[in-house]
Design a protein around this ligand. Structure first.
Ligand SMILES: Nc1nc2c(ncn2[C@@H]2O[C@H](COP(=O)(O)OP(=O)(O)OP(=O)(O)O)[C@@H](O)[C@H]2O)c(=O)[nH]1
Length: 328
């Protein structure tokens, strides 16, 4: 998908938007209140836990997405960062990403894909080693390990738990997986995921509200589906997607929708996508001589499809935090 098709060479030389208009957006509203309550519950369960697995989306480098309140507590327990959805991420700069994370104090990092069960097998041995090298306070005598899985919404926490369980115990789903953020809400309880060593995970992952340092970070999180789309606006997210793809010269959307060429106007792209998909709607227009029915492109349906295609990897892999890596 990285290869720029011949027809797009001209487009690749074109100039794309340097900035995305960020003003007037109330990012604080994008994350629902139930997450703050979850944090308290997680903090009270921490004394039962030997290790924390923090799951994040591999397309965003998890600096700003992390909740500072939890981060204070994280230092006390062995910590493994799992960067999931690697099948959707452009990881050509993996070395830089790891260096960057190490600079932020995150030494134990594994990239995974739960849809392909890629690298998931490395998790239990790594966790066991981390716990073995740590002081377990009052849990030193206990031969079973208890691990807490945490992370912001929709990054694949439940999928990871199910995947670990499937690979080590050959058992089916223990926790619900959903395409919408915020599926996991119920009280935490333990489930076994491995026999030797005996490892339990808190079966309901801890859902953290991300700390959004900037509107742009909020838009990246929205693009990855960690926020309910309607709170941000699908067309806004679609516009941010188009801006990102063009800036990074990722023109996979052009052949995907058989568009004539790349374009930086979201209105024009969504119009062509809507027509291509046959997503049009009749709208009544008031004229001087009465009401007239006009067929218009359904921009909202086109935006939904554009986002869905991106999120399922059909437009190619992406690294949304290239700007964070640039000064490394
Ligand atoms: N492509 C891809 N999709 C994944 C991967 N892991 C999970 N997903 C998808 O991401 C979506 C969210 O997965 P969940 O496991 O429900 O995520 P969660 O973090 O538990 O979500 P919340 O309950 O909202 O906190 C689902 O549609 C999964 O199928 C992965 O490695 N690759």
């Amino acid at each position: 998908m990285r290869l720029v098709p011949r027809a797009l060479w001209n487009a690749a030389g074109a100039s794309w938007r340097e900035n995305f208009p960020l003003g007037g957006r109330d990012v604080a509203r994008w994350f629902p209140g139930h997450m703050a309550k979850g944090l308290k519950k997680m903090q009270s369960s921490l004394k039962l836990v030997d290790c924390i697995i923090e799951v994040h989306d591999a397309r965003i480098i998890p600096l700003s997405g992390r909740n500072p309140l939890f981060q204070e507590t994280l230092g006390l327990k062995p910590h493994l960062l799992v960067l999931n959805k690697m099948d959707l991420a452009d990881l050509r700069e993996q070395k830089k990403i790891l260096q960057h994370l190490e600079g932020e104090g995150m030494k134990n990092v594994i990239f995974t894909s739960c849809v392909k069960d890629e690298n998931v097998k490395q998790i239990i041995p790594t966790v066991t080693e981390l716990i073995g090298n740590s002081y377990r306070y009052h849990r030193g005598e206990n031969l079973e390990y208890c691990v807490m899985v945490i992370g912001i919404p929709n990054v694949g926490k439940s999928s990871l738990i199910n995947s670990i369980r499937r690979l080590h115990l050959r058992k089916g789903k223990a926790t619900r997986v959903g395409g919408q953020p915020g599926v996991t809400r119920t009280v935490m309880s333990r489930i076994q995921v491995c026999e030797r060593p005996l490892v339990f995970l808190l079966d309901t992952p801890g859902v953290l509200a991300p700390r959004i340092e900037s509107v742009e970070m909020g838009l990246k999180l929205a693009l990855c589906g960690t926020v309910l789309d309607h709170l941000v606006g699908e067309e806004t997210i679609a516009d941010y997607l188009l801006y990102t793809l063009n800036r990074q010269q990722l023109f996979g959307y052009v052949p995907h929708y058989s568009l004539g060429g790349a374009c930086d106007s979201v209105e024009s792209v969504l119009k062509r996508v809507a027509v291509k998909l046959g997503k049009t709607q009749k709208v009544k227009v008031l004229t001087g001589t009465g009401n007239v029915n006009v067929v218009q492109p359904n921009y909202s349906a086109a935006a939904s499809d554009f986002l869905r295609a991106f999120r399922s990897g059909l437009l190619g892999p992406v690294m949304l935090d290239q700007d964070v890596l640039a000064p490394c």
